[in-house]
Design a protein around this ligand. Structure first.
Ligand code: PAF
Length: 285
């Protein structure tokens, strides 16, 4: 597996693979890889000859007072894990290499970046859209795989690809959960056993919502679901940031539950750990 630190070398690497007719996949990450990331790599591997994993803790997507400095970093372990999944290259540029001096450009997916996580993290999605655009330019993948846990991020990236005509197929990968139901996240490692127990209220809320829908899909409304979810979150004592029922593509609120309705949640579990989760309210056919 190649480990690449510079923009010039990643360009040279992908150019040579493309010239040889290889199909390329990108799995963008911020490192601290967990089994959820590894599942994205395996999905990428099934559809491409060469998988590139970017490991870049992107300063542009962290706001003041967020956990950029404390974000977990474990580069040697990450490289070992990526190699075990058959990844062809890890791309790990430094922030100066990635952005260079006087970097001024922002990619902003205006409407989809409003609301939900965009409310509590202003500027976050501009940072994501900018770095993902750069990663697409640098690695020229045929496809890229993103986790569905980041529902809003995925909708934004799909829109970005349409709007800017990136020739990249975007693949959403289902949320990977621990056996207790907690969605995998690099930030879970900061949770004590007790915090983790409280964090389960996110997954439990999805269960509560799905149970209401399966009892009577025609009659149950988003307002009714959100009342039950708010109660579940309040009982657990977490600091809920938002709970919404939205269309998974447009992220518009939905009062009547349909096949694309998703319950999306964010909560601060501790002062420093904020988690998100989501789940469809009706199973796919
Ligand atoms: O989901 C993430 O880990 C990040 O937002 C991403 C897509 C790698 C961009 O920095």
């Amino acid at each position: 597996m190649k480990i690449v630190f510079t923009l010039a070398e990643i360009r040279k690497t992908v150019d040579s693979w493309r010239a040889a007719g290889e199909r390329l996949a990108l799995v963008p990450t911020m490192g601290c890889l967990h089994p959820g990331h590894l599942a994205l790599m395996r999905a990428a591997r099934r559809q491409a000859d060469k998988v590139i994993v970017s490991i870049f803790v992107n300063p542009m997507q962290f706001g003041p007072g967020e956990d950029f400095d404390a974000y977990p970093r474990q580069f040697a372990d990450d490289c070992r894990l990526a190699a075990e999944q058959g990844v062809a290259a890890v791309f790990n540029p430094g922030a100066d290499e990635m952005y260079g001096p006087f970097f001024q450009t922002r990619v902003s997916v205006a409407h989809l970046s409003q609301g939900m996580c965009g409310t509590g993290r202003p500027g976050h999605f501009d940072g994501v859209a900018t770095v993902v655009s750069k990663l697409f330019q640098l690695t020229t993948p045929h496809l890229a795989v993103f986790g569905e846990k980041d529902l809003q991020q995925l909708a934004i990236i799909r829109q970005l690809v349409r709007d800017l005509n990136f020739p990249v197929e975007i693949i959403g990968h289902p949320i990977v959960r621990d056996p207790d139901g907690l969605a995998m996240s690099s930030r879970n490692r900061y949770l004590s056993a007790e915090d983790r127990q409280r964090a389960l209220c996110l997954y439990q809320s999805i269960g509560v919502a799905r149970a209401l829908v399966s009892e009577n899909q025609q009659a149950v409304t988003a307002s009714r679901i959100l009342a039950a979810v708010t109660e579940t979150l309040a009982r657990s004592g977490v600091d809920a940031e938002y709970a919404v029922v939205v269309n998974q593509h447009s992220l518009e609120p939905e009062e009547v539950i349909g096949p694309d309705s998703v319950l999306a949640l964010a909560a601060r579990i501790t002062r420093t750990v904020r988690l998100i989760d989501n789940g469809r309210l009706i199973d796919e056919e």
